[in-house]
Design a protein around this ligand. Structure first.
Ligand code: PBG
Ligand code: ZN
Length: 333
């Protein structure tokens, strides 16, 4: 009886392993791929230093003086990477963060140096105020809360100042309501219709930003960012934020952080038609570097697998501190 049952099993006609049998067939049927063109490399430019200083919690990442910007951007361009995004550490901070719209501010200087050295690379400026305010919040304070609409006026000035310096894209990251519409109108009124807006549309109040706050010296001096960045528990709200930014005229949407929010990347991708970026943030980088330094993981293998995961989840663009290493690994294979 038992033998008869086995004999009567239909032969397996469907065998997924057929397509895994050789490297050539696996390559032909691979669904997702990585290219150096997918990447944007973050750069920290510090007005108060004359030599690069490594960020202790981000091995391989340094704050650099503006005099090093041209060489750094050249290295990134030579690696085949599409763009750089600048974060600035000004020598002076104040309550409203006016260094952000100083036409001779640190990011404006970096933009000019980058465009002069590499006119073809896409130069992006993170557009926020936490690095410029003495209290470390992402806008002007009214009492202990960030005044949304007063901050919008400053965001316009900051975006226009970056555009005058020659930036290709501004990337508002402060999660202010209406920030995309305000910046779009500010840029258009100043004659910068072609300046692209990559909006940090869905940004969560995350523990994964820890090392960045050391790198960019922008920890809030009191409280936290929970009244403007999103609650990690929320999914529907992410779609709502993304659709609002589409309506306001965003050109590219971003989800941030990346690893803990892959479901959100997929859902925003399916809900909108815009190119999607994902930010593989400082804490995600630091964890990989720490494990790799202990030889607990194979860094190259783990990083490439993670990047592929972002693409598979729906990201078109990846902002990552690993970008230069990834570009080298891709060219090796
Ligand atoms: C500033 C900003 C932050 C990051 C990018 N832009 C920090 C924050 O919101 O506290 C985080 C980037 C990273 O962790 O790599 N608005
Ligand atoms: Zn900010």
């Amino acid at each position: 009886m038992e033998l008869e049952n086995i004999m009567s099993l239909p032969s397996l006609t469907i065998r997924p392993r057929r397509l895994r049998q050789s490297p050539a067939i696996r390559r032909m049927t691979s669904e997702t791929s990585l290219s150096t063109a997918d990447f944007i490399y973050p750069i920290f430019v510090d007005e108060s230093i004359s030599e690069a200083v490594e960020v202790s919690s981000m091995p391989g990442v340094s704050r650099i003086p503006v005099s090093d910007v041209a060489a750094m951007v050249k290295k990134v361009e030579d690696a085949g990477i599409s763009g750089v995004i600048f974060f600035g550490l000004p020598s002076e901070k104040n309550a409203n963060g006016s260094a952000g719209w100083d036409d001779d501010g640190i990011v404006q200087q970096a933009i000019r140096a980058a465009k002069e050295a590499c006119p073809n690379i896409c130069v992006i400026a993170d557009t926020c105020f936490c690095e410029y305010t003495d209290h470390g919040h992402c806008g002007v304070l009214h009492g202990e809360t960030v005044d949304n609409d007063a901050t919008l006026e400053n965001l316009k000035k900051e975006a226009v100042s970056y555009a005058k310096a020659g930036v290709d894209m501004v990337a508002p990251s402060g999660m202010m309501d209406g920030m995309v519409a305000a910046i779009r109108s500010g840029l258009d009124d100043a004659g910068f219709q072609d300046t692209v807006i990559m909006s940090y549309a869905v940004k969560y109040a995350s523990g994964y930003f820890g090392p960045f706050r050391e790198a960019a010296d922008c920890s809030p001096s009191f409280g936290d960012r929970a009244s403007y960045q999103m609650d990690p528990a929320n999914r529907r709200e992410a779609i709502r934020e993304a659709l609002l930014d589409v309506d306001e005229g965003a050109d590219i949407l971003m989800v941030k952080p990346a690893l803990a929010y892959m479901d959100i990347v997929r859902e925003v991708k399916d809900a909108t038609q815009l190119p999607m970026a994902v930010y593989n943030v400082s804490g995600e980088y630091a964890m990989v570097k720490a494990a790799a330094a202990n030889a607990w993981i194979d860094e190259k293998r783990v990083v490439l697998e993670t990047m592929l995961g972002f693409k598979r989840a729906g990201a078109d663009l990846i902002l990552s501190y690993h970008a230069v290493d990834v570009a080298r690994w891709l060219s090796e294979d």
